[in-house]
Design a protein around this ligand. Structure first.
Ligand SMILES: NC(=O)C1=CN([C@@H]2O[C@H](COP(=O)(O)OP(=O)(O)OC[C@H]3O[C@@H](n4cnc5c(N)ncnc54)[C@H](OP(=O)(O)O)[C@@H]3O)[C@@H](O)[C@H]2O)C=CC1
Ligand SMILES: O=C(O)C1=N[C@H](C(=O)O)C[C@H](O)C1
Length: 269
């Protein structure tokens, strides 16, 4: 029996979709079993390898997941929340697993994912870079020691990004709030304007930059009078996210049901 995981790439013409095709094609433990786009895409029928600049790989872009039942084990989804939910419903119906990289879900949409993951295995993470997940651990340590510091999270991304703050920034805030025993819904401040008054020491501030082609930058600042600590991650390639997604797809092969994150995949729990 092959040790390869057969993946289908959702949104294969997107920024992450093309990177996933490139990275998946390079990995011996991965076989690209499918690649799909919206049904009205002009790319339906085009070879997915040609789309990603790899040359032909014999995998045509399809109008959704229908027809891929026999050629795929795991669907990898970096699209938009509505498409992710539809793909998860298909995975549940057909006994397939799902890697979710998409961000920007509402609490209600997250609840639907939690429910559907009771019937199939799902790995969901707002950032699949190994270094970013290590950063989440460093933030736990920093927050535990600097609990009375002013805590601010700053993120910067390309002009095309649809959601703000980024899923990674929100997770950074969640990790810090959990460590401090605060409720992020109550202590988060999303941007400031006008006569705001002095800073409330218990808040966690978020600031968002959208500009040009920035792939992804995140900083958590722990500031006091006289010094501040900044923990920063900067992405210079989307391949780091795709590497994490492929690792997660392979890891999911040993799971039947449940919702997992990158800490589970990396053994950081
Ligand atoms: N977890 C992580 O490590 C990372 C997460 N992300 C997240 O991934 C998501 C995608 O980012 P990015 O690649 O930059 O976005 P893009 O807009 O470049 O790509 C999204 C793709 O999904 C397609 N799509 C939308 N709806 C459907 C559908 N119903 N069926 C099939 N395809 C569909 C889009 O097509 P169309 O253009 O026609 O709408 C597009 O090609 C975002 O939420 C982003 O935050 C990004 C990087 C890393
Ligand atoms: O949209 C992006 O590009 C990215 N989105 C993710 C997020 O919202 O955190 C991860 C990464 O920062 C790139």
């Amino acid at each position: 029996m092959s040790n390869q995981v057969r993946v289908a790439i959702a949104g294969c013409q997107g920024r992450m979709g093309k990177t996933l095709l490139e990275v998946g094609h390079e990995k011996e433990f991965v076989a690209i079993g499918g690649a799909f786009e919206r049904p009205d895409s002009s790319l339906i029928g085009v070879d997915a390898g040609e789309l990603a600049g790899l040359g032909a790989i014999g995998v045509p872009v399809t109008a959704g997941l229908q027809g891929l039942e026999d050629s795929v084990d795991v669907v990898i989804d970096f699209t938009v929340p509505e498409a992710t939910l539809a793909n998860l419903a298909w995975c549940r119906e057909h006994g397939k697993k799902l890697v979710i990289g998409t961000t920007g879900f509402t609490p209600e949409q997250q609840q639907q994912i939690d429910t559907m993951a009771q019937d199939t295995a799902v790995m969901m993470a707002p950032n699949m870079s190994v270094a970013v997940n290590l950063m989440f651990k460093l933030l736990e340590q920093a927050a535990a020691v600097m609990s009375d510091h002013d805590i601010e999270i700053v993120e910067a991304h390309h002009r095309f990004k649809k959601d703000a703050p980024s899923g990674t920034a929100l997770k950074m805030g969640q990790v810090i709030a959990d460590t401090l025993g605060r409720d992020l819904n109550e202590c988060a401040v999303y941007g400031r304007e006008g006569i705001t008054g002095e800073r409330d020491r218990n808040t966690i501030g978020f600031a968002t930059v959208r500009a040009g082609d920035i792939i992804g930058e995140h900083t958590a600042m722990f500031a006091d009078i006289g010094e501040r600590l900044e923990i920063t991650h900067k992405s210079s390639s989307r391949a780091t996210y795709a590497n994490g997604a492929m690792r997660a797809a392979s890891w999911l092969m040993n799971k039947d049901t449940g919702l997992y994150d990158m800490f589970d995949v990396l053994g950081l729990n």
